[in-house]
Design a protein around this ligand. Structure first.
Ligand SMILES: Cc1cc2nc3c(=O)[nH]c(=O)nc-3n(C[C@H](O)[C@H](O)[C@H](O)COP(=O)(O)OP(=O)(O)OC[C@H]3O[C@@H](n4cnc5c(N)ncnc54)[C@H](O)[C@@H]3O)c2cc1C
Length: 494
């Protein structure tokens, strides 16, 4: 890399009125050529750009949740892994907090950093290699981009989230669950190798066999021990078509019994479900199942539906291309963006409920839940098998089967009083579920203390603390999760 050229590039993105040339260690602000009388530390040479303009800072202080807003002092758009190494070393020298931002689709400030540096991963976005059983991708690549490329070779990642415009690094930091999880686990269970930049600015490769401690600390590790910069993800054969079945139920227990049956038998490739508001008030239940196929092999409807107890005559059956099925949320998202609702606050609740408690817990919640509580956002309910999960930081109840129960609330109208009420409801439901042995899925918006995190990680809390000490001893990384809220000495308390 030519240092002069790269320095010029660094400066290009910075404030229009004054050129930033360094960081004032005492004043903890960027130094421009206009105020360069103070002693300052030069920013390292970068292939990408470090932005400090107000528009870029403002965009990094908002996420899909639009509830928490923390303003960073700079946003890095990396063009290389080395940029991330350099900026983390620089941040460490000056004790500046850092967080990666994938697409900023989490809902409670998880990718934000007050007065720190946000690494906008979307510019680190190359698909390096697609082989017969794996792909090597930069962490800023979206799952939709990878899928489009792998489908050309008749391949697909085994598990995709419902919305595929999420970054690979972002979902690998949280888990990545979808309708195929009952067969293949979460996305973190379908990775072969990672490249990670730790909180000490070291670039490391890790896998189950190499640096396995780091591997287990980073996958579903909520960005606490390193920034995932590259991933080798598994690929499997992709069918070309999908037959989608929508089956309606009036009764929760019958609905969950059929869902359990379907995932036990692995009858379908994809199983999810939703609570749907009835016109007359209350809820009915939609079982969504999909069978993947490539003609001339065609699914046999009566075999697939045999023995299910949905309300007769309610079934809807539709054929789609594999890509259209996986991209099925795109029209809804486009619509929500067009009417402005996409940017409303989203106090989402995502819980893992033990199977043994699902009917009583969800039944009770549903009995008291109205559209005013959800803002018309969807309510997901579907089972997965815990034996498919292999990463310790992905926390779920200990039973063989657990249900994802997500109330994907929109604060409508988008007023503080509505957000506050929804957050308080989230907290209450979290506590009820926790007391039943349940967990939260950490992409949601639940006020959470350090004590809550200790309880959440339970028997693996000690492992996370020792990994944090080892890989991020200055506690720089991803403060927005609120796990290690004070300085690292604080960790000695545990
Ligand atoms: C419409 C919609 C649908 C969704 N559907 C699903 C679904 O079906 N299944 C599911 O599991 N989730 C789903 N999610 C939630 C989603 O998985 C999380 O919001 C996830 O965090 C999104 O990834 P992101 O790229 O936006 O990450 P961000 O929100 O930007 O980041 C999430 C966290 O990971 C950290 N992080 C990001 N990139 C990296 C990296 N490279 N290295 C280390 N840490 C990093 C961030 O600092 C932050 O703490 C959905 C979200 C939305 C908005």
């Amino acid at each position: 890399m030519n240092q002069n050229t790269s320095r010029r590039q660094v400066l290009q993105g910075l404030v229009a009125t004054a050129v930033v040339i360094g960081f004032d260690v005492v004043g903890r602000s960027w130094v421009t050529s206009a105020n360069a009388s103070s002693i300052f530390e030069s920013i390292p040479p970068l292939d990408g750009k470090l932005y400090t303009d107000s528009e870029t800072l403002a965009s990094a202080s908002v996420d899909f949740g639009n509830i928490i807003h923390r303003q960073p002092i700079a946003v890095l758009h990396p063009e290389s892994i080395e940029d991330i190494v350099q900026i983390i070393r620089f941040a460490r020298t000056h004790q500046i907090k850092v967080a990666a931002r994938g697409q900023g689709h989490s809902t409670y400030g998880q990718s934000q950093v007050e007065a720190g540096i946000v690494i906008n991963m979307s510019t680190l976005n190359k698909i390096h290699f697609v082989g017969t059983d794996r792909a090597v991708v930069d962490a800023g690549v979206l799952w939709s981009q990878l899928l489009q490329q792998t489908l050309v070779q008749g391949l697909t990642p085994p598990v995709l989230t419902d919305y595929i415009e999420l970054s690979i690094g972002g979902t690998l930091s949280v888990g990545g669950i979808g309708g195929a999880t009952h067969r293949y686990g979460v996305q973190v269970d379908n990775v072969l190798e990672l490249k990670v930049v730790t909180g000490t600015g070291q670039l490391k490769t890790c896998s189950p066999l190499e640096n396995s401690h780091l591997w287990e600390s980073v996958l579903a590790g909520l960005g606490q021990c390193g920034i995932i910069v590259q991933a080798t993800v598994k690929l499997i054969h992709a069918a070309t078509n999908v037959r989608v079945f929508e089956l309606y139920y009036d009764d929760l227990a019958t609905f969950t019994r059929d869902q359990r049956l379907l995932i036990n038998e692995q009858r379908f490739n994809y199983v999810e479900g939703q609570l749907i508001a009835k016109d007359t008030g209350g809820w009915r239940y939609l079982l969504e199942a999909a069978s993947f196929y490539s003609p001339p092999n065609i699914p046999n409807n009566s075999v697939l539906l045999e023995g299910l107890n949905y309300t007769p005559g309610t079934e809807k059956i539709e054929d789609k291309s594999y890509f259209d099925f996986l991209n099925r949320l795109a029209p809804t998202v486009a619509f929500l963006k067009s009417i402005g609702v996409w940017s409303y606050p989203h106090p989402w609740l995502d819980l893992f409920v033990p199977s043994s408690a699902v009917n009583s817990f969800v039944g009770e919640v549903a009995a008291n839940l109205t559209l005013a509580d959800t803002g018309q956002g969807p309510i997901l309910l579907y089972p997965v098998k815990t034996k498919r999960f292999h990463l310790p930081l992905f926390r779920v109840p200990t039973e063989e089967m657990v249900f994802l129960f997500s109330i994907l609330r929109t604060a409508a109208p988008p007023e503080d009083v509505v957000v506050t009420r929804m957050l308080s409801d989230n907290r209450k439901l979290f506590e009820q579920n926790r007391d039943l042995g349940g967990y939260k899925y950490s992409v949601d918006a639940i006020p959470f203390s350090k004590k809550d995190w200790q309880q959440h990680f339970g028997r693996v809390w000690g492992n996370l603390v020792s990994a944090k000490r080892r890989y991020d001893p200055d506690n720089l990384l991803t403060p927005g999760q609120g796990i290690f809220v004070k300085q690292v000495n604080d960790m000695n308390e545990v």
